[in-house]
Design a protein around this ligand. Sequence first.
Ligand code: SAM
Length: 275
Amino acid sequence: MKRPLPRPFLKWAGGKTQLLDALMARMPAAFRAYHEPFLGGGALFFALHRAGRLTRAFLSDSNAELIDAYIAIRDHAEEVIALLAGYPHDRDFYYALRAQDPWRLSLPERAARMIYLNKTGYNGLYRVNRRGQFNVPFGRYKSPRYLDPDNLRAVARALQTADIRHQPFEGALEAAGTGDFVYFDPPYAPLSRTAHFTAYQAGGFGPEDQARLRDVCLALSDAGVQVMVSNSDVDLIRGLYARPPFRIHRVEARRNINSKASARGKIGELIITNY
Ligand SMILES: C[S@@+](CC[C@H](N)C(=O)[O-])C[C@H]1O[C@@H](n2cnc3c(N)ncnc32)[C@H](O)[C@@H]1O
């Protein structure tokens, strides 16, 4: 029997599944290690793994709970699966689990809670309030697929040799070396000044953060690292990456992350590379 191939195990705001073909088409011809410092749902990591293009991977994100979920699946997949198998799809159970403090749970329990809430919660997104508490209401799904043992085992296999860290994106500066490839998928710059972007977690990602990311890309370029960045097609981003070594490619993408119907549909996105 053929082993199933790994796919993202969480639905993540800004998930790159829609943009995968465009990203894959602009990958460097060859690279040593792969780095994804804004990991989220890891759509490109899993796609590269499925395509057999990965050897060593360095995965990181500033969201501690998210990173713990990856570590839990890598190191304790069977426990996470057993916990999820015991969770009923039930409104009262959802709110009881939501009320638990994730930091008082074991690593596998914290991961199972996150997967369950992510797959059964309204809109299937991870959202926290100012105090960092997950505050999404129970969703209206008939039979959400929060228990997917085959995929979790495939994910665990894909992660076995991965270096997984809770750290800000600047960590890529230390981890990446000549010939490596880094894919940066930061929280996108808003399309307009008034467009408030989905909060990924407490603390946003403002213009200064976008500028620091560009500086990190410049430093990596000097060190012989190949970088690819995705972002929205706005003046701020075009301005930051206007000069060599950067090249800007525009792609049309369909995104659903904005709750305002008028902002849904096709919008331009940028894929920036230094190669
Ligand atoms: C657009 S999402 C990435 C989506 C991902 N590519 C996917 O396919 O699901 C951005 C991610 O960056 C993380 N993040 C936000 N600020 C960060 C920072 N300063 N350093 C590292 N990660 C950060 C968020 O936790 C979030 O997971």
